[in-house]
Design a protein around this ligand. Structure first.
Ligand SMILES: Nc1ncnc2c1ncn2[C@@H]1O[C@H](COP(=O)(O)OP(=O)(O)OP(=O)(O)O)[C@@H](O)[C@H]1O
Ligand SMILES: [Mg+2]
Length: 241
């Protein structure tokens, strides 16, 4: 069973600076050209498949296109061209606090985030205690999350995501901001998911962990897919870049 499939996916980011909607309409052709020239390439013609139970590491230099790839899988980004297919329930652990509301408390955000991730309210409420316990946020759980440190935010995001019973776990660098103990705990949880046969797509600069955890790698270099397959070979190629 195929969980994720990219077919000739190209992604440009567009920086919109149109001088207002009126200007945009009045000078449509000029503004349209401006938008086209204001495009930033993030991914170029990428194709790959992730099968059920695959544990795949995505590696590559800063700015290569790794987070963009995860954003496309999570559906928070749309491809400029090409096709992205995803089969199954996703738990995305993307950039810090994505999907969180700064003025709500940790507890309220857990409920909101759970719903966004496709849980029913009943399901979330039944897991609320265990999510909060896993996060170890103590009394901070009833404070608005705008006062959280980045590590505290990542604890909250990780705790919700691992309680959603996903088919596909997407992880983008979130472990790096957790303290030693929480990193260990999160790693154990990720290995537990692997043992349960979940599909995992893991973006990290922690090459040691990629080598240990993943069965395959995808190496993205300068927005293109340079290599996919064997972990050792992919890491060797990456280290020579
Ligand atoms: N919102 C955005 N607007 C414009 N360009 C963007 C945006 N987000 C990313 N990019 C560009 O897209 C390219 C890929 O970025 P991406 O965040 O996917 O890289 P990455 O591989 O995750 O890098 P890192 O290892 O630093 O996290 C980069 O050139 C980046 O400048
Ligand atoms: Mg990134």
């Amino acid at each position: 069973m195929i969980r994720v499939k990219f077919e000739n996916v190209t992604k440009y980011y567009t920086l919109l600076n149109t001088g207002g909607i009126k200007n945009f309409i009045l000078n449509f052709f000029r503004e349209y050209k401006k938008i086209k020239s204001n495009r930033f390439l993030a991914l170029e013609n990428i194709s790959f498949e992730v099968k059920d139970k695959d544990v795949v590491g995505i590696i590559g230099k800063n700015g290569a296109g790794k987070s963009t790839t995860l954003g496309l899988i999570a559906g928070v980004l749309k491809p400029t061209s090409g096709r992205v297919e995803v089969n199954g329930r996703i738990a995305p652990l993307l950039e810090l606090g994505a999907g969180f509301h700064p003025d709500l408390t940790g507890r309220e955000n857990v409920i909101l985030n759970g719903i966004l991730l496709g849980m029913t309210k009943k399901e979330i409420l039944s897991k609320l205690d265990s999510i909060i316990e896993f996060s170890e946020l103590g009394e901070f759980i009833d404070q608005p999350i705008r006062i959280y440190s980045s590590g505290m935010l990542s604890r909250l995001g990780f705790s919700v995501a691992v309680h959603t019973n996903p088919d596909i776990l997407l992880i983008d660098e979130v472990l790096s901001v957790g303290d030693f103990k929480f990193q260990e705990k999160s790693k154990n949880k990720i290995y537990e998911f692997k043992e349960k046969g979940k599909t995992i797509i893991f973006v990290s600069h922690d090459i040691g962990m990629v080598e240990e955890l993943c069965d395959k790698v995808i190496l993205i270099h300068e927005h293109k897919l340079l290599y996919q397959g064997d972990v050792k070979k992919g890491v060797e190629l990456y280290e020579q870049l």
